[in-house]
Design a protein around this ligand. Sequence first.
Ligand code: PNW
Length: 461
Amino acid sequence: MTNNFPPNFVWGTATSSTQIEGAGLLDGKGPSIWDAFCQIPGKVFENQNALVACDHYHRLEEDVQLLVDLGVSAYRFSFSWPRLLPNGRIDHINEQGIKFYNRLIDLLIENNIMPWATLYHWDLPLALQLEEDGWVGAKMPELFEDYAGFCFQHFADRIKNWITINEAWVVAILGYGQGVFAPGRISNSEPYLAGHNLLLAHARAVALYRESYAPKYGGKIGITNNCDWREPATDSPADIAAAQRSLEFFLAWFADPVYKGDYPDSMRSALGERLPVFTPEEQALLKGSSDFFGLNHYTTMYASEASDEIIQGPVYGNGGISEDQNVKLSLDPEWPLTDMQWAIVPWGCRKLLKWISERYDYPDIYITENGCAFPDEIEDQEVHDPQRVAFFKAYLDECSEAIAEGVKLRGYFIWSLLDNFEWASGYSKRFGIHYVDFESLQRRPKSSAQWYKSYIQSGHR
Ligand code: PNW
């Protein structure tokens, strides 16, 4: 085990509104696209929904206490747009939503835990899906800016770390390409339009924050993208190029516009007119629009050139639309799998961190999510999850190694604080370092929570 984490390294855990809050239609909250999606039979495991989830809305104090007990220095959560603005627009404000987040933020600060707030973690107000076509609608960047401004106005005095959009890739590909996440659209062009509007929405929110809030409060704002590592399946130039292309369709799709002002050439040439074009003004707005590189990382796959094989339909986990890339993905049978069937490949994390650092000139990186699902069970009042502990040890070791190799990794957030509503998988996949009994809603630290606590304490901070 190496330890290259500096004393000011940010140690945290993460959650999101839909996944933990519950109170899905209570206290003035409007419905989100996920509330609607859950009502379509067959979309979510056992037709479950997020109406109660972990009932965090009513167990706020208890959950902050879990964070205190863990000894983390930061907590990443997300604002529920439809809890604050039930129809998505600032003409109708839900005061009870503001009160709820004020309580959360104040409690975190009282306990010396830095709040990291995500503005959009997938719970679009349903009204905006119906009225504006959701993220393929041209007015969405402006409506997001309004919503962001509303959040800054109420919370920027205390929140110094902002994330605009969580995983635009998931929204675009799973929500608008494969239709397996809300809003459930299936298309081979809408993902690129949705991605485009998400980027513009991000850029507008950042411009507003930098102009009107950062000078006064001195906070930071950025975007979080997810990416797996893609290892060339062989050392042939074709497979090396395929792995590179795969990473560009997955991560550079969203990171190049933010760091360089435009989409990668590989996407432009493969997609032609399906990839929207930024105006020069939009490029200027996007370039440099993130104060840090937010990364959610879970797994690794081999990539090879698809050449003669015709890739049809969705290939799970392939960045961009599968058919557009000419990349074939595969797994090494030696790699252990999590309950999501995601391979555990810790060195992939280090390689990805280095790839990002080299491509984007060594930005400050925060891993805003990393974690794994296992079918944990309670036995004699305890939950032993040695595989999860081994996962974190191994991934953090590679993070430490990456730091030694020059990567400016500044923080790490475990996904997740609690077992929660895992989107289309419902409650069947447990990512938490605290076990949640979804009948009684009782929380219980797993051994991984104990381990993380001592890891943070033992000089890894
Ligand atoms: C992320 N994929 O989602 C989200 O930010 C979390 O809300 C979620 O609970 C967590 O990871 C675990 O799934 C992802 O298909 C969903 O590659 C799907 C993918 C990646 C990330």
